[in-house]
Structures are given as C-alpha cells and as structure tokens.
Design a protein around this ligand. Structure first.
Ligand SMILES: Nc1ncnc2c1ncn2[C@@H]1O[C@H](COP(=O)(O)OP(=O)(O)OP(=O)(O)O)[C@@H](O)[C@H]1O
Ligand SMILES: [Mg+2]
Length: 464
C-alpha cells in the first residue's frame, strides 16, 4: 500500500491518464474509497469509474442534492471517549480552518500560532457553554452552527458584557440555560466549569485585541458561515446518515462539495472529512476488517494539511492507499506552512508519476532525484597521415592504439543527468491527436525497474 503523487502541467493527462488507470484498478480490486472534489466534474468522473468496474452500488454521494447528512461534531462527540473528545473537536475544527486560510510559506509563523491558540480557546469555551446549557438528561447537541452563533453574538467588550443586552442573543440563551441548570442540578464539577467558562467570556473574550477577534471572526465567516445556513447547514449540522467508516465496508464516498463551487467552505468541510477519515483509519482494527481503502485527492493543493504527513507515514499499516494529484511542487510550497513539510511529504509519497510540465522546480526535482550516470565521451585529435591497411588490421585484432602516428584518442567519463529537461515537453498529453495516449515518468523510492534496469520508467496510459 504505497502513497502515489502525480504531477504534471494543466492538461498533461494526470486525471484522465495515470490517475484514471490506477483508480480503475483499485476499484476493480474492491477498495473502499474517500474522494475529495475540487472540480465540479469530479463526481461524474467517479460515477463512470464505478460503472466501468461494476461498483455503482457502492457509490455514496455526499452532497446538497443527495441530502445525506454528516454532523461531524456529533460524530466526533460519539467517537470520542471521556472528556478528550472536546479537545479533538477543537483541534480538528481549528486546524482545518487555519489550514484552509493559511497563506503558506511559513512567513507569519508567530501570528499563525497566536491565531490558532486564540481560536482554540474560543471554540473550547463555546463547546463547554453548549454542554453546560444542556439538560443533564438530554444528549448534548453540538454543531458548527451552534458554535458560530455563540461566537457571533458574544459581547465584544467589557462595557457590552456589563450592559447585559446580550441576554436576547444566541450567546445569552446558552448562558441563561446554563445558569438554570446550575441552579437546579449543579454539582461541584459543573459549577466550577460554569465559573471558568463565564469568566472566559467576561474576562478574556471581551478583552481580546480587536485585531485577533476580528481575524478569528472573519476566518469563521469565510470558511464556516456558509456551512451554517441552507442545505449545507442541514448536511453538516443536523444529523448523521453517513460516516467515514462506511468506506471500510467498501463504500465509495464522494464528498461532492466542490471547491470550485463552494470555495473556502468546500475546502474546509472536505479537509475535516479527510482528517476524520484518517483518524478513523488509524483507529480501525485491521484484524476484524482488513479491506483496503483509497484516499483520492485530485488538485490536492487545496486539501493538504500538516496532518497528511503523520498519516502518510502510517497509512500502509492502516491499509490505506493514497493518490495525491497536483500540477507541480511549487503548488505545495505555496500552500503548506513550510518547505521541510513539503519535502517530507514528497519523500513519504514514494511512488511518483511525472507528466508533461513546464514548472522548472518540479522538473529539476525529478532530474536531481534520478541522479547521474557516467557517460563516455571521446575526443580525437590527430595530425596523422593515412596509415596502411596492415596497421588497421593490427589494431583491430589487438585493440592496441596506433602508436605509429602522432594521433591520439582520449576517452574521458563525465557525469551526466539521466534525463534532460527537454523530455518534459516531449511526453504525450493525451487527446485525439495523441491517440488518447498519455506518457508519464514513474519512480518509486528504492526500486530498480526490471524493464529498464534503471530507477525510472516511461509508461504509456490510455485515456479510454
Ligand atoms: N477521456 C478522454 N479521452 C480523450 N481525451 C481526453 C479525455 N479526458 C481528457 N482528455 C484530454 O486530455 C488532456 C488531458 O486532460 P486531463 O484532464 O487528464 O489533464 P490534467 O493533467 O488532469 O489537467 P488539470 O491539471 O487541468 O486537471 C486534455 O487535453 C483533455 O482535453
Ligand atoms: Mg485533472
């Protein structure tokens, strides 16, 4: 179970060439799958793959149209043990949001860390307030919408808090319900929690620098707000009809909330789904269910996060094959927090397929990683006069040089790259004029291919 990275310029044949041919093989072998969608046509593409491999019945489309719901907070609350689940919700939510909104390149590491800590504290206190406001005989109803409502309506300054006008807001309703619960059935533990939570809203949240609160609020607004209204609210804040674990039973889960349509909210919810799938895969008992599953991420630069590295290093034992597809390595440098992380991800995705490309960073990366060989180059210098036939024959049978003239042939060896830059413009990109054929250079760490006796092969993929 290897991780695969496919790289190639736009229209080089990644999706319709190498990815397609691998995916058809995974599906034909009975893999379950989680499919993230950047492009609107991704769902259709997968429905065709499923048809071609007789897997139509396994397709589960999670989309506003299908109406299947996944209240991930409730799922997390159910999956967790003891108090630890709050921390997991806080981490998944805030880290996903931060990843979606990160500029990449690690330029503002300190600001980012401060932002993440402040956001985690806010979310943690929202969850605690919701728990305290829930009647102890009832199930705690966590949802993204509830958290967003609290953050949006909580007083933003000490005078606002003191004025008490917030009692009519969503925040106020939760506080009043919590007060009532404490008055009727308070225990030392929840009284303490209540005091801590209220103290946070009064003393910390209301005193946060405007810039910090504004930045948390605007991040929430761009990634989470669209998920708290309309059909997306119904899908991700109300019930649970589908869970990541369904893929372990052979389902092909397509999270059809494409980034091209839903922008940051599409990225955010799919990053969450991916993270929860990865956590579930790591929890899975392989002795009881060993069905292999595929994590398929085309246009992966939208969805890659720091958690991918940890997961990819253990994915083999969790029986998860991953396919990540993007145009070039520069995309990853631009999206992930630092270069070391990208380099580590490149190392752990051990099978790589390179298609036609004009990104020099990517092409150079491959040229350097394949290494060099000793190439013989001979130079000949001579002031020789024509030699007799006898001499020619003598040289041919003895292999000795011709010492009888003043000519000299010197053979020297120079280090030469195994492939040259030109090759990246010669690889076929599919389409009718290429008879629907796509070429890719394949490397796999530590592997010498029988076919060529070398550390790479050039492979042809059919688009149809
Ligand atoms: N089924 C098909 N049969 C023939 N040609 C196709 C097929 N699907 C796509 N093509 C063509 O093949 C080329 C490669 O398309 P493909 O979508 O695989 O590129 P890509 O590398 O995934 O690009 P992008 O980065 O934009 O996603 C394009 O010119 C496209 O029009
Ligand atoms: Mg593509």
């Amino acid at each position: 179970m290897e991780g695969v990275l496919i790289l190639g310029g736009t229209g080089s044949g990644k999706s319709s060439g190498s990815a397609r041919s691998l995916i058809l093989q995974y599906l034909a072998s009975g893999f379950g799958a989680l499919v993230l969608c950047a492009k609107i046509e991704e769902k259709q593409r997968w429905q065709e793959y499923a048809e071609q491999t007789g897997r139509e019945k396994d397709v589960v489309v999670i989309s506003p149209e299908s109406g299947l719901r996944f209240n991930f907070m409730q799922y997390l609350a159910n999956a967790g043990e003891g108090a630890s689940y709050t921390e997991n919700i806080v981490n998944v939510l805030v880290e996903s949001m931060a990843n979606v909104n990160r500029e990449g390149g690690g330029s503002s590491g300190g600001d980012q860390a401060f932002f993440i800590n402040a956001s985690k504290q806010i979310v943690r206190n929202c969850i605690d307030l919701i728990k305290l406001a829930t009647d102890e005989k009832k199930e705690v109803k966590l949802s993204l919408a509830a958290i967003y409502d609290i953050i949006r309506s909580a007083p933003r300054s000490v005078p606002e808090m003191k004025a008490g006008e917030w009692t009519d807001t969503a925040f106020g309703q939760y506080v009043l319900a919590a007060q009532k619960n404490i008055a009727t059935s308070g225990t030392p533990v929840n009284e303490h929690d209540y005091y801590e939570t209220i103290s946070y809203w009064e003393n910390d949240y209301a005193r946060l620098p405007d810039k910090t609160r504004q930045s948390v609020l605007s991040t929430f607004t761009s990634s989470a707000e669209p998920l708290t209204r309309g059909t997306l609210h119904k899908m991700f804040s109300t019930g649970i009809d589908v869970v990541p674990e369904d893929s372990f039973d052979g389902k092909i889960l397509i999270v059809d909330v494409p980034v091209k349509k839903w922008l940051a909210a599409g990225t955010f919810i799919q990053v969450i789904f991916k993270t929860l799938f990865q956590q579930a895969a790591e929890r899975r008992n392989i002795q009881e269910n060993s069905r292999p599953v595929l994590l398929a991420v085309d246009e992966c630069h939208y969805f890659m996060t720091d958690t991918d590295l940890d997961f990819l290093t253990t994915a083999r034992s969790a029986r998860v094959a991953s396919i990540y597809i993007t145009q070039n390595i520069s995309n990853l440098y631009a999206k992930l927090p630092d270069r070391e992380l990208v380099d580590a991800i490149l190392a752990v995705l051990s099978t790589k397929i390179f298609h036609a490309n004009n990104d020099t960073i990517t092409n150079k990366w491959l040229i350097d990683s394949l290494g060099q060989y000793w190439a013989e180059t001979s130079s000949y210098s001579s002031s020789r006069s024509p030699v007799s036939q006898g001499d020619e024959i003598f040289r041919a049978i003895t292999g000795l040089g011709d010492n009888m003239t003043s000519s000299s042939t010197s053979v020297s060896e120079t280090r030469t790259d195994k492939i040259e830059m030109e090759i990246f413009s010669q690889l076929r990109k599919g389409g009718q004029h290429n008879s629907n054929k796509v070429d890719g250079i394949i490397t796999q760490s530590g592997r010498i291919w029988n076919h060529t006796g070398d550390n790479y092969i050039i492979c042809e993929f059919n688009q149809q």
